[in-house]
Ligand binder design. Sequence first.
Ligand code: SAH
Ligand code: MG
Length: 211
Amino acid sequence: MNEKLINYLLTTIQPKDPLIRRLEQDAKEDHVPIMDPIGIELLLQLIRVQKPDKILEIGTAIGYSAIRMAQSHPKTYVVTIERDEARAEEAIENMKQADLTDRIKLIIGDALEVEEEVRESAPFDFVFIDAAKGQYQQFFKIYAKYIPSGGMVVSDNVLFKGYVSGEASGNQRLEKIGDKIRSYNEWLIKHPDFYTTIVPVGDGIAISVKR
Ligand code: SAH
Ligand code: MG
């Protein structure tokens, strides 16, 4: 999105409570890649439409998106997975401060390895994938079976700073990640069990609905 458009859209976002603003500040200072400010508004709106009983999030970081998702739909329960222990501890602290420990369950571990523990809370009518960019397809394959018909999967960063469409280039490391995400997108749009659409908001969001 061009800068003018982004700046305009930023002016349309409702004021956020002090805890949320503090988390955004912490993330900025510590270079934690929390969701884009415009992208998360779309995620929260999808949750308000979908009204999921249970959300599964892959990639908690410091708990920013988990807290915002729980706040956006007071009846929902969030299970979220984080493999970095320091971040997970910070997330737990933040969930306490948000008074949401009864509606958010944090699983510390690699999402590729904690299926059994996640399964205890299944099914999930909403899954948010926002972790290692090279593993999206594996995450999807593991957890798609716990989603009922009509359930939704949202994948973040599917346009990855312009490196997926070819708009951006010149950084080999980012180009490689872009290549991985492009092949995930190709696989995802052809998935026989889901309808997928990619929206160029934030860092690119794929919205998949189970048939
Ligand atoms: N969803 C968060 C941001 C997540 S950043 C928000 O918007 O607030 C991505 C996080 O995913 C990082 O903290 C990283 O440690 C974690 N992660 C990456 N790969 C993972 C994996 N395989 N299992 C669990 N967590 C993972
Ligand atoms: Mg992200």
